[in-house]
Design a protein around this ligand. Structure first.
Ligand code: TXA
Ligand code: MG
Length: 320
């Protein structure tokens, strides 16, 4: 079983010897390995059971180090990096050949991010290589936002999990790149689009319904609980499931339901705060997935701010 702790030196020893470590970030926990060591990178794919055509994000400690891995830094993307790093923003940049093919799945851009978490920042600063780190969940399942989530699913496959507490953002990073001079969002995430648009003006969003080979991880069914996950008007869904005699649990934005047992419902934010809802989302989905009901009923958030990214994850969870 993995050891869980806050020993950065210990994490460093494992990473230097080519092993993998669970690391906290502000978005979700990552499954980290030496990004410049093809064998460590291969071990990430194997451990996550992830198809090798789905590329990884390279994590580094500072903007100043990114030049080691990328050929150039298009101006609008540099402005975003200066404004939002460390933070929940991943940039697609032209890669240098030092980055192994396996990291980028052979694509000519590498995804780079400077995460904002004190433990991981210290770890990255102390290493002389960057870390490749996908979310630390088995491929297709809900991303982990606590060390115990990592332990539950990958604990028997990795030696160490750095415990940085519950993730403050709770949604994966927003992925941004350029196409024909225009800034494009490839994955909605923890950094709200309106924040990005304040810096670079109007952006294009390539959502998951468009065919999107540039971000192959944007598969429809992703972030999915094991139980059927049904989206709609909760009152209507409850009535339906009751009539069908099906046992259910409820995931709602702000409302609680009196006639439903407490352990079968989770409210994401009583005060309708989308940041709080994002923080709670994945842990709530996991918790309801572990109850003994047959289906999970859920509703969409308002389509504003982080609500768009939350709804993206909810729709994917429902797309089975
Ligand atoms: O917040 C996050 O981004 C977390 C934490 C751990 O940093 N990481 C994360 O990694 O969500 P992962 O592997 O679960 O998702 C990375 C996404 C995938 O959809 C992948 O297809 C896309 O980034 N991606 C990575 N490299 C890419 C590239 N070179 N071109 C296009 N898409 C890329
Ligand atoms: Mg993931």
């Amino acid at each position: 079983m993995a050891q869980i702790g806050i020993d950065i030196d210990q994490a460093q020893v494992f990473l230097k010897s080519g092993q993998l470590v669970g690391i906290p970030t502000e978005t979700v926990y990552g499954l980290a390995g030496n990004a410049l060591d093809p064998e460590a990178v291969a071990l990430i794919f194997e451990t996550k059971n992830r198809p090798s055509f789905d590329p990884l994000i390279l994590h580094t400690s500072a903007l100043e180090r990114v030049g080691d891995f990328v050929e150039n830094f298009p101006e609008p993307l540099r402005e975003l990096a200066e404004k939002f790093w460390p933070g929940p923003l991943t940039l697609l940049l032209p890669r240098k050949s030092i980055v192994p093919d396996l990291v980028t799945s052979g694509l000519d851009r590498v995804a780079v991010r400077v995460p904002n978490h004190p433990l991981t920042a210290r770890l990255l600063t102390s290493l002389d290589f960057p870390l490749a780190a996908p979310s630390a969940n088995p491929f297709g399942y809900i991303s982990p936002t606590q060390a115990l989530h990592v332990e539950a699913q990958l604990g028997d496959k990795i030696p160490y999990i750095l415990d940085g507490g519950a993730c403050q953002v709770g949604l994966e990073s927003t992925i941004v790149g350029m196409e024909e001079g225009q800034v494009v969002i490839y994955r909605l995430g923890g950094l709200d689009i309106s924040e990005i648009e304040k810096v670079v003006g109007k952006v294009k969003v390539k959502d998951h319904s468009s065919s999107n080979p540039a971000a192959p991880g944007q598969l429809d069914s992703h972030y999915a609980p094991r139980k059927p996950f049904i989206l709609g008007n909760i009152e209507t869904l409850i009535a339906q499931k009751k009539a069908e005699g099906v046992d259910f649990a409820v995931l709602s934005f702000s409302e609680s339901f009196e006639r439903i047992p407490r352990e079968r419902q989770i409210v994401l934010s009583q005060s309708e705060d989308l940041h709080e809802a994002a923080q709670n989302l994945f842990a709530a989905m996991r918790k309801l997935d572990e109850t003994d009901v047959e289906v999970i009923l859920a509703e969409l958030m308002p389509e504003t701010g982080l609500g768009r990214a939350i709804n993206d994850r909810l729709r994917r969870a429902a797309a089975k």
